[in-house]
Design a protein. Structure first.
Length: 422
C-alpha cells in the first residue's frame, strides 16, 4: 500500500476512530474522519439541559486506564473521583462497603458485620493480589477463561458475598445480571478498580473525546456524513458521493462495522437505560454509587454525579442518575414512574418532588463480552491490504479498550505504509 499523498479515511468519530486518526496524523498522514452523527464522541457524549450535565448513560473514567493515559492530558480533564467502595441497598436499609479493591478487610467487615465471613476477606485479598501481580493489566486477557460467576465460585467466595456484592456491582459494569461475561473482564475490571479510582471529568464524559478531537488539524472531521459502502480505495457516502483514498479504517460500533465489512452480522449486545432527575436535596450525601442487591428490581444503581463533580448541576441542585439494565420494555414516561415507585421505598416522598430531566435508552451500550465473544476478539486490525478496523469490540469493551484498538489499527496502517515505501 502506498499513500502517495492521498488521504486515509477513518469512519467513526468515537474514541477508537479519534485515537486512530490522531496517531495517523502524528505519523505524518493526511486524514479525513467521517462521522455519521451531529458530533464526535460516539457512545461518550454529554448533553447540557437546564444547567445540568447529562452523560448519555451513566459511565465513569477509570483513572488507572493505561492506554488512555498515553493519549489524554488527564490533568486538564479535572477528574474527580467517586468514593472508593459503595453503598448497598438490601432489606430496606443501606450498608457501606468501604473499599473492597484496596482494603478488602475493612470493607467486607463493614458488609457482613457482625457475622463476618473471614474466609471471604482473605479470598478478596488473594484475588486482588493476583490481578495486580501483572504490571500490564492486559496480560489478564490472555488467561484461561470461564464465566465471571463461575470464576467467583472457583475462588471459593461465599454465596453471601456473591449475591450481596459481586452480583449487584458487576451487573452494573457488565450490563447483564447473570455474570455470564468472561472471567477475563472480571479480572481486568477488578484490576482497574484496585489500581485507581472511578472518576468524572469536570465538563462531563464528552470532554474525553473532545480532547482527542481538538488535537486533529482543522478540517479533518466531517460530521453528519454517513458511509454506506466501502471498497479498497473507495468510500461511498449515503448522499451518493464517492471519495477515493489510500486506506480505510472502519472505526464504527460492531453492527455498523459488520454491515460495512460484510462480515458475520450475528452479534449480541447489552442494553441500558438511564434516568436523570433534578433533586433539591441529595438522597445520599456521600459521593458514592448505591447498588441494589435486589436483582429483580428495575433500579440497578443510583448515584449523584453532582456530589462528585459539582459542575454536573446548578448551584443548590442535585443531579440524580438512575441506571437500569436491559432493553426498555415500557414507555420512557412509564419507566420514570416505575423508577420513582421503587425509589420512594428507599428515600420516602422526597422522590415525588424530583423533576425528570431526561431518559436515555441505549439499546447498543456494550458488545457482548461472553466467553465465546472474548475468544474471538478481533486482534488483527487488517481486513484487506487497504482496509482496517478498530472499536471496543476488538478489545476490552471499555473506554481504554476502544482507545487501544484505535492505536493498534493506526500502528498497522503506518507499518504497512512503511514497508510499502521501503
Ligand atoms: C451507557 C454506557 C455505559 C458505559 N460505561 C462505561 C464505563 O463506565 N467505563 C468504560 O470504560 N466504558 C464504558 N462504556 C463503554 C464505552 O463507552 C465504549 O466502549 C466506547 O466508547 C466505544 O468507543 P468506540 O469508538 O469503539 O465506538 P463508538 O463510541 O460507538 O463510536 C462509533 C462511531 O461510529 C459512528 N458511525 C457508525 N456508523 C457509521 C457510518 N456508517 N458512517 C460514519 N460514522 C458511523 C457512530 O456514529 C459513532 O460515533 C459504556 C458505554 C455505554 C453506552
Amino acid at each position: 500500500m502506498s499513500s502517495s499523498g492521498r488521504e486515509i479515511i477513518v469512519i467513526g468519530g468515537g474514541l477508537a476512530g479519534l485515537t486512530c486518526a490522531l496517531m495517523l496524523q502524528k505519523g505524518g498522514q493526511k486524514i479525513q474522519l467521517i462521522e455519521a452523527s451531529e458530533r464526535i464522541g460516539g457512545r461518550v457524549k454529554t448533553d447540557q439541559i437546564d444547567g445540568f450535565l447529562l452523560d448519555r448513560g451513566f459511565q465513569v473514567f477509570q483513572s488507572s486506564y493505561p492506554t488512555a493515559a498515553k493519549w489524554l492530558d488527564l490533568k486538564s480533564l479535572n477528574l474527580r473521583a467517586f468514593r472508593n467502595g459503595c453503598l448497598l441497598r438490601k432489606d430496606d436499609s443501606f450498608k457501606v462497603v468501604a473499599d473492597p479493591w484496596r482494603n478488602p478487610l475493612d470493607s467486607l467487615r463493614s458488609i457482613f458485620a457482625p457475622t463476618g465471613k473471614l474466609s471471604d476477606f482473605s479470598k478478596v485479598a488473594r484475588f486482588r493480589q493476583r490481578v495486580r501481580s501483572e504490571k500490564d493489566p492486559y496480560v489478564l486477557l490472555e488467561s484461561p477463561q470461564t464465566t465471571a460467576i463461575e470464576r467467583l465460585h472457583q475462588c471459593g467466595f461465599s454465596t453471601e458475598i456473591i449475591e450481596d456484592f459481586f452480583k449487584p456491582f458487576y451487573s452494573g459494569v457488565f450490563l447483564e445480571k447473570e455474570l455470564t461475561t468472561s472471567s477475563r473482564m472480571l479480572d481486568f475490571t477488578f484490576s482497574m478498580f484496585s489500581r485507581g479510582e472511578a472518576t468524572l471529568p469536570a465538563d462531563g464524559m464528552e470532554a474525553i473525546p473532545r480532547q482527542l478531537a481538538k488535537q486533529l488539524h482543522p478540517g479533518t472531521i466531517r460530521t453528519q456524513t454517513t458511509v454506506s459502502e466501502i471498497r479498497d480505495g473507495l468510500v461511498k457516502l449515503d448522499d451518493g458521493r464517492s471519495l477515493s483514498c489510500a486506506a480505510i479504517v472502519v472505526a464504527t460500533e460492531m453492527p455498523a462495522a459488520a454491515r460495512l465489512l460484510q462480515a458475520d452480522s450475528s452479534y449480541t449486545y447489552r442494553s441500558t437505560r438511564c434516568v436523570y432527575f433534578d433533586a433539591g436535596n441529595a438522597p445520599v450525601e456521600s459521593p458514592s454509587i448505591v447498588l441494589n442487591c435486589d436483582m429483580n428490581s428495575i433500579v440497578n444503581s443510583l448515584c449523584c454525579p453532582s456530589r462528585v463533580q459539582p459542575s454536573y448541576a446548578p448551584e443548590n441542585r442535585t443531579l440524580v442518575s438512575v441506571t437500569s439494565i436491559g432493553p426498555l420494555d415500557r414507555s420512557p414516561h412509564d419507566h420514570v414512574e416505575a423508577v420513582r415507585d421503587e425509589l420512594r421505598e428507599w428515600f420516602g416522598s422526597d422522590v415525588d418532588r424530583w423533576r425528570p430531566l431526561s431518559t436515555y435508552n441505549i439499546p447498543y451500550s456494550l458488545p457482548d463480552q461472553s466467553v465465546a465473544n472474548m475468544e474471538q476478539i478481533v486482534k488483527t486490525p487488517r481486513v484487506t491490504d487497504t482496509i482496517y478496523r478498530c472499536g471496543d469490540y476488538c478489545d476490552t469493551r471499555s473506554i481504554d479498550g476502544a482507545i487501544r484498538s484505535g492505536e493498534r489499527a493506526a500502528a498497522a496502517v503506518l507499518a504497512d505504509l512503511k514497508s510499502a515505501s521501503s
